[in-house]
Design a protein around this ligand. Structure first.
Ligand code: HEC
Length: 439
């Protein structure tokens, strides 16, 4: 399955905005840099873009734009491959800036932005509410859920998913959860129900925020979805000035057409031992060990902390002495969360340990400890894992030298178990600088 991304353009001799830069901007920058987008700079407008040509060249060359919170030197992520610019694209922006950022001929311009292409052709299912949600202007933030019964006769495997936001001046972010046995629950369908926080028993399936690419699992991998399971789409509405008050966002799903070789599930590592008094910084670490006799594959990762987190890392310490970096977010930002799938799944063997490190800085007046509120803290790495039959015996175990439980499986016990299954969410706040952007 190909990594989603635009083909590399050929470097033109005398690049102009309309002929060369706009197509690239449209594919790679407009999800955020459109009129009313998350970033203030409306790069779709040549008069805005041209004076910023030097900054565009500098930010793209430095890897700061498009933003990608994890350090790409840690591991190869599919989402980074899909989002980042090729060296030829970076050179093109530089060549255009060096030439004085010429506009060129407007008739060279491509038609306005098209929605990103679906990764695997037409979806097998497009879950769409029967009626539009109508936003109440008195309420600045609304979390609204719609429960869908995908109406499956037999168990299927989801291999790719993509959220289609309908009104992106209203939609702040979208998270889709798998709800085990949820097809029996009420209400199903429109008009939905208010749902701050995550739905109970909801496992994170896919998320959307500006710039999110469709999630595509590696070939042969799939996430099980049973006839009794429901999907719950949670939309965070936060209107931008002048936004139309209605929305009908939908979720596209692709099911495996051939038998799945490896089912994926969720395990988590981290720590509950969080205690950060006012005016202090703290480092929290947790270690988990893979028991049993079988190797597993780490397919993806979603690091998670709350507002006073400053950095998070996870690494695999191998029993044979080797080490693999799994994720390293050097400047954590609660509003730019993501989950990332590895270009090549990483094999972990019995006895291997996953070490998770979270750092916090508490500038507030209250001590912060572990909790589910967004003013409490968390330290989790959610791992999307392919394990042989026999789960959950193969779930990570807390390392013998750890004082408290630091690991678990989806469907197992413990807070946070069951969240984040297959994902790609970037939660954002309008006109806020992502942690990865400097200067
Ligand atoms: C996922 C969202 C996202 C994408 C995609 C993205 N940007 Fe940005 N960009 C931002 C945000 C947020 C800011 C912060 C600006 C603000 O405060 O509005 C920013 C700022 C910038 C700045 C100003 C930086 C400065 O400090 O002067 C430039 C230039 C820029 N982006 C260029 C680009 C280019 C070129 C692309 C495409 C190749 C791109 N960005 C893609 C979100 C994005």
């Amino acid at each position: 399955m190909a990594v989603v991304g635009a083909p590399a353009p050929v470097l033109a001799a005398d690049p102009t905005y309309f002929a060369d830069v706009l197509p690239l901007v449209r594919d790679r920058c407009l999800p955020c840099h459109d009129v009313g987008g998350v970033a203030a700079l409306d790069l779709v407008d040549v008069d805005v873009a041209s004076p910023f040509a030097g900054r565009m060249a500098q930010q793209t060359a430095a890897g700061l734009m498009p933003p990608f919170p994890p350090d790409p030197a840690c591991a190869d992520y599919r989402e980074h491959a899909a989002r980042s610019l090729t060296p030829a694209e970076i050179d093109l922006v530089r060549a255009w800036a060096d030439a004085g950022a010429p506009a060129g001929d407007p008739t060279d311009a491509l038609p306005p932005r098209l929605p990103p292409p679906d990764p695997l052709g037409p979806p097998d299912d497009l879950l769409t509410p029967d009626s539009a949600f109508v936003f109440d202007a008195d309420d600045p933030d609304i979390y609204w859920c719609t429960r869908f019964d995908p109406d499956l006769d037999d168990p299927r495997h989801v291999v790719a998913a993509h959220v289609h936001p309908d009104n992106d001046a209203l939609v702040h972010h979208v998270i889709v959860f798998r709800e085990r046995g949820g097809a029996q629950r009420d209400p199903v369908g429109s008009p939905g129900f208010p749902c701050p926080g995550a739905p109970e028993d909801g496992e994170f399936l896919v998320g959307w925020a500006p710039g999110s690419a469709p999630v595509v699992l590696p070939d042969g991998y799939g996430l099980p979805l049973g006839p009794d399971d429901a999907l719950v789409m949670q939309v965070h509405y936060h209107a931008q000035p002048g936004a139309e008050p209605t929305d009908r966002s939908s979720v596209a799903l692709w099911y495996a057409s051939a038998p799945i070789e490896r089912e994926v599930m969720v395990m988590w590592t981290g720590s509950f031992e969080i205690f950060v008094p006012p005016g202090t910084s703290r480092t929290v670490e947790g270690e988990c060990v893979l028991p049993g006799d079988d190797a597993i594959e780490l397919v993806g990762i979603a690091p998670h902390m709350h507002r006073i987190g400053t950095s998070i890392r996870a690494r695999l310490d191998r029993v044979d002495g080797g080490e693999s970096c799994l994720v390293d977010v050097p400047r954590w930002d609660f509003d730019w969360q993501g989950s990332y799938t590895y270009v090549e799944p990483i094999v972990a063997r019995p006895g291997d340990r996953i070490h998770t490190t979270c750092e916090y800085q508490n500038d507030g007046e209250q001590t912060v400890g572990w909790g589910e509120g967004s003013d409490d803290e968390m330290c989790f790495a959610f791992h999307l894992v392919a394990a042989p039959a026999g789960f959950p015996e193969h779930c990570f175990a807390t390392a013998p030298d750890e004082p408290v439980a630091a690991c678990g499986c989806a469907g197992g016990d413990g807070p946070g178990a069951g969240l984040f299954a297959l994902a790609g969410v970037l939660v954002r706040r309008r006109r806020r600088r992502p942690g990865a952007v400097e200067g």
